[in-house]
Design a protein around this ligand. Structure first.
Ligand code: EPZ
Length: 420
């Protein structure tokens, strides 16, 4: 049965939202457990369907996970399968992260190509290129990536033609057990990628240059177990920050790390919202009657994150002027626009640029999204729209937002989950 969310608009949000662990760090951190036969203990793992999917994949490969609240222990004494089946990979693109650790640990892997998804082609050519440069034999057969490196991988210099988050993470997992040293140039420096490299070092890897766009890795014989805390999810935090701005409310984002959202918070302040960095989180409130227009464009970290683009567009749809939102990372990440237009927004898409003319108000409507961040953007729109909004296909949201119903209702939102 499909679930929807019925939202009654017009309620100001005030209260505290405890930010959960970062999905886009928890996923690669779980996969890193394939690199050793010793246990990896992860704390503050968010309870999300993507995490459950990844647990399924890792069990299929031979891991023996145990979960206790937000703590997950993963131990892969032996890899019993080197294939990540299409059924898992089609559900979650991050499954591609299994490619390098399988080749590093067993010398071979058979991982389904992820296929396209709503926000774009999502090619994995750069993941494959890394393994080829490090000496693996790669073939694409029946929709699968077949990789083989019976004598192991060999370190080398690899320059990425474009920044790729999981591409960097796969390259790190290919390098840490490779023969010799590897130099990765033009890597992603998202906080999740930096933390992931720190986890690998905790496991005995030798990675230097973390936080810069060049990483040097000295291959080692084996990696050992580690215990690791997942940082708070900056995209979840940014999403609730916009909920506060939109409803002219006041929300304390507990555990949010201000420095992980510098560019985003700067943009939010330009729209008239106050953002205060506190000891154990960030306070976001909007006492203004108006939302000022402020143009943004997405780019790799530390620029404005693409994963907050749809949410920010909702804010701009109610600004007192004109603003542009430019999406530079994905070729099709405006799927929320049509639904926002149905709610009364005035948006014109011109290639990678959405041109927004602010309107007085949005009108509640039944809407449907196609990806995680577009879905949550429609929930945000429903919070401020006149009347009732029904957001369908809620499974998208449950992939990336732990307990979103309770977190919003605890701040005064009036919404409920309905099964249709
Ligand atoms: C990660 O996806 C995140 N997912 C995405 O979050 C995020 O939107 C994205 O990085 C950008 O920040 C996880 O970390 C699990 P990329 P990833 O490789 O690694 C192109 C969410 O909502 N590219 O950095 O798949 C690609 O098409 C998700 O939580 C290639 O051309 O993104 C895109 O245009 C959505 N070839 C650009 O690079 C490749 O081999 C950046 O993609 C790889 C990527």
């Amino acid at each position: 049965m499909l679930q929807s969310m019925r939202i009654e608009g017009g309620h100001r949000l005030e209260g505290t939202v405890e930010i959960s662990g970062a999905k886009n760090l928890a996923l690669p951190a779980m996969v890193a457990s394939l690199l050793t036969d010793q246990p990896i203990v992860l704390h503050n793992v968010p309870n999300l369907t993507d995490i459950t999917t990844m647990l399924g994949i890792l069990e299929h490969l031979g891991s023996d996970p145990s979960c206790y609240g937000s703590d997950i222990t993963l131990c892969t004494k032996n890899i019993v399968n080197v294939e990540a089946p299409y059924d898992y990979v089609r559900k979650m693109r991050a499954s591609i992260l299994c490619l390098s650790p399988l080749v590093s640990r067993c010398g071979r892997a058979r991982v389904s190509l992820p296929g396209g998804c709503a926000i774009g082609l999502r090619s994995v050519d750069l993941h494959i290129r890394t393994l080829v440069l490090m000496g693996a034999d790669i073939s694409i057969e029946d929709g699968f990536i077949k990789a083989s490196a019976p004598n192991g991988l060999t370190g080398c210099e690899i320059e990425f033609p474009k920044v790729t988050v999981t591409g960097t993470e796969n390259a790190l997992m290919a390098s840490v057990l490779a023969k010799g040293s590897t130099r990765l140039v033009n890597v992603a420096i998202e906080p999740e990628v930096q933390e992931f490299a720190k986890l690998l070092n905790l496991m005995g890897a030798k990675i230097s240059g973390i936080g810069t766009s060049v990483l040097e890795i000295e291959g080692v014989e084996k990696l050992h177990g580690a215990e690791f805390n997942i940082i708070p999810d900056r995209i979840e935090a940014g999403t609730y920050a916009i909920a506060s701005s939109l409803t002219h409310g006041k929300i304390f984002l507990k555990n949010c790390i201000y420095g992980h959202l510098q560019c985003f918070f700067t943009a939010l302040q330009q729209t008239g919202t106050t953002v205060q960095n506190r000891e154990d989180g960030v306070l976001v409130y909007n006492n203004n009657d108006v939302i000022y227009p402020y143009c943004i464009y997405t780019d790799p970290y530390p620029a404005f994150p693409t994963d907050l683009q749809a949410q920010y567009m909702v804010l701009m749809s109610l600004c007192n002027g004109n603003a542009t939102v430019t999406e530079n990372l994905f070729e099709n990440r405006f799927m929320h626009v049509q639904e926002l237009i149905r709610m009364g927004a005035n948006i014109y898409v011109d290639g990678r640029c959405a041109r927004i003319t602010g309107v007085q108000s949005l009108k509640g409507a039944p809407v449907m999204a196609t990806d995680l961040r577009a879905s949550v953007a429609l929930v945000l729109a429903g919070l401020v729209a006149e009347g009732t909004t029904i957001v369908n296909r809620l499974y998208h949201i449950d992939r990336g937002y732990e307990n979103i119903d309770n977190k919003l209702c605890a701040c005064g939102a009036v919404l409920e989950r309905i099964t249709q």
